[in-house]
Write a protein of this length. Structure first.
Length: 443
């Protein structure tokens, strides 16, 4: 194959967009989605085992809220400070390192017996998960033709609620015999086993190889080209330097996010992510416990958690399909606003289980569908050299809302506020975040 001199962005674009989608491209997206499922299971397992852990450790709701929030604080730190490293060392290495970090910390969590141990280990697990999600979203986008980038990012993102959904199912089998500790043994060991799969099957980003040019770049590019059923290269093509950008390192990449040409987009994304994250993780953390506090049994809490995340999976794929046809930021606005209305309706509904479960499913579809659009918007908003940095910081600073949301809810619940009152309060940031995202005008 002959590729003329071009920018690294256009070089990889020529390879990926030429010809039909291949099995290798589908494999990359599929593996990233599956690994994100493991993240979803590992991080949200705490929501399902919360009652058991709080009983054993004698934790009040405000202390339980801090366990939720420290895992999410770790995800914030991982997305902001570890994910950008993948722009320097490569997506593949970062994903493998993050999986090891998650697996080891989750296994150790199974032996935790004090609040400080839980807080520290959940923070470490979150670090790995935050770094991994941003890197996987970038890798999936880079292996997808332009038309399907948003859908691919949506597919990868759907792994998280899929994993969370499986948490509810697997808990029904593991917890009766092995208790809450068995959930962490299961998640940690599966994650560590998948490190070998990632090592053998996840390729490096072509854009990274064309741009960074490590010593074995040509050999690695040709290996990937053969898997993509493309002609190989006899030599590395000339890369035309983009004179408007400096060579990107970790710190310079962060500075570029706030450069004049990116500043408005960056600040808008950060604000939208922060507001929407606060509502999403309030629900992701507290749905099972709130259902139990409202008089329903633990099984009803797990059912509600399952349906919320099932709705999330449906909503994510709905967003992925719609994003190939309609303007992305318009869809984010419509779905986010509708989910806020759904939360208000839930708060006003009578305390009847089937009705509440049906509304929980609907809220999951609308809310996570709209929220997922933000990942696609972030992936499209930045050039390659700062894409992981841009996604990582948008997710990372946005996760400040995810840290604050569950913690604030813990204090509100400890102060006697009902489930309905919390739903009223947290409907507001979701609606506002959707409107702010609308102002990005990204297709």
């Amino acid at each position: 194959m002959t590729i003329v001199a071009s920018t690294s962005e256009n070089l990889s674009h020529d390879v990926i967009d030429r010809g039909p989608v291949t099995a290798q491209q589908l494999l990359v997206v599929g593996l990233c989605m599956f690994f994100n499922m493991l993240d979803g299971f590992d991080i949200t397992a705490m929501a399902v085992v919360a009652s058991s852990v709080s009983s054993e450790l004698e934790l009040t709701p405000d202390k339980l809220g801090w366990i939720f929030s420290f895992a999410l604080a770790g995800m914030m730190g991982g997305a902001m400070f570890l994910a950008p490293v993948s722009d320097i060392i490569g997506r593949r290495k970062l994903i493998i390192m993050a999986m090891i970090l998650i697996g080891v910390s989750i296994v150790l969590t199974a032996s935790a017996s004090t609040l400080p141990e839980f807080v520290i280990l959940r923070f470490i697990s979150g670090l790995g998960a935050g770094a991994m999600l941003a890197s996987q979203a970038a890798l999936a986008a880079e292996y997808s033709p332009d038309k399907y980038k948003a859908f691919s990012v949506a597919a990868v993102t759907s792994g998280y609620p899929l994993g969370a959904m499986m948490t509810s199912v697997i808990a029904g089998y593991i917890m009766p015999d092995y208790g809450w500790r068995g959930m962490f043994w299961f998640g940690g060991l599966i994650t560590l086993a998948m490190v070998l799969v990632a090592w053998l099957m996840i390729p490096e980003s072509l854009k990274y190889l064309f741009e960074r040019r490590p010593d074995d770049a040509l050999e690695r590019i040709n290996r990937i080209l053969r898997k993509l059923k493309k002609d190989t290269l006899s030599e590395m093509p000339e890369v035309i330097e983009d004179k408007t950008l400096v060579k990107t390192g970790l710190l310079s990449g962060m500075r570029l996010l706030l450069a004049r040409e990116n500043r408005k987009t960056t600040l808008t994304l950060w604000t939208a992510f922060l507001l929407c994250f606060s509502t999403l993780y309030f629900l992701m953390s507290w749905i099972p416990k709130l259902m139990e506090d409202s008089g329903f049994d633990a099984a009803a809490g797990r059912d509600a958690f399952f349906l919320f995340n099932l709705g999330g999976v449906i909503g994510i794929y709905l967003m992925g399909w719609m994003s190939t046809r309609w303007k992305l930021t318009n869809l984010i606005f419509y779905l986010s606003t509708a989910s806020a209305v759904g939360m208000v309706v839930f708060a006003l509904a009578p305390n009847e289980l089937n009705l509440l479960l049906s509304l929980t499913l609907l809220i999951g579809i609308l809310q996570q569908g709209g929220f997922t659009g933000l990942y696609g918007a972030a992936a499209k908003a930045y050039p390659t050299r700062i894409r992981s940095t841009g996604i990582g910081w948008a997710i990372g600073l946005g996760r400040f809302g995810a840290v604050v949301g569950p913690a604030v809810a813990g204090y509100l619940i400890a102060g006697g506020l009902s489930m309905s009152a919390n739903y009223f309060i947290f409907a507001v940031p979701m609606a506002v975040g959707g409107y702010i995202a609308y102002r990005l005008h990204i297709r």
